[in-house]
Write a protein that binds this ligand. Structure first.
Ligand code: ZN
Length: 230
């Protein structure tokens, strides 16, 4: 019994060390930074598409603008001596239309320029964030690796010690231990405490308490743990 209890306490220590690796805060930071970079990459792609669309819109407006400028030039180049008053009026009217068109286009062009500038700014901020996240990830990774390199030999040492113990532990007890642990019952071996199971606290019937004295241990009918006499 003494050996299996030692085995169990080593196992508990090992589980604690393994858990400390899994729940390491550096690991959490690393995962967070990876998620950040992934999200930033999606964001950059989205910004790129937006910028592309805005550029296309800008170019279309610019083309329309140039077209209207040409139209004004054409309208103003006509020799007024050869024109009737009616024709002159018509040309003035057309010039007015094109001018107000140009004004609208110019306004839209300026809006597009602001939009593009904003996207570039956002793009730069995202890029900066990614660089910071990568640096932080690298730092956390180094710390995490150092931590794992520190803990792993400890786990290895415990494994060796447990292996050594396995050869001297009662086979039946070891099998029981492994099967219960496999069912996620831990600790497997618990002491009898004032007639109660040390795991689930259920009071053990009188007859079973006698059995514990003769056999050294009993199985708790409620939680299935092995109860031993202290
Ligand atoms: Zn129990």
């Amino acid at each position: 019994m003494e050996n299996i209890l030692k085995y169990q306490s080593l196992d508990a220590k090992k589980q604690q060390l393994e858990k400390s690796i899994l729940t390491s805060s550096e690991k959490a930071v690393m995962n967070k930074m990876i998620a950040y970079v992934k999200e930033a990459q999606n964001k950059s792609m989205e910004l790129e598409n937006q910028a592309k669309k805005l550029t296309e819109e800008y170019l279309a407006l610019k083309k329309e603008y140039d077209k209207n400028i040409l139209l004004i030039k054409e309208l103003t180049s006509k020799n007024s001596d050869e024109l009737t008053t009616e024709q002159m009026d018509q040309i003035f009217h057309q010039i007015n239309l094109v001018s107000s068109n140009l004004y609208m286009i110019e306004r839209n062009l300026n809006i597009q320029i602001v939009n593009i500038k904003n996207i570039l700014k956002e793009f730069e901020a995202t890029k900066k964030g990614v660089i910071q996240a990568r640096t932080k990830h690298k730092e956390s990774k180094l710390k995490y690796e150092a931590f794992v390199n520190d803990v792993n030999p400890k786990i290895e040492a415990i494994n060796k010690e447990m292996q050594k113990l396995e050869s001297v532990i009662d086979e039946k007890l070891l099998a029981k231990y492994k099967s219960l642990k496999h069912d996620n019952i831990f600790p497997v071996f618990v002491p009898l405490e004032n007639g109660n199971c040390g795991g689930c606290r259920m009071a053990q019937p009188k007859g079973r308490l006698d059995k514990i004295k003769s056999d050294g241990y009993i199985i708790c009918e409620q939680c299935g743990r092995v109860i031993y006499n202290k």
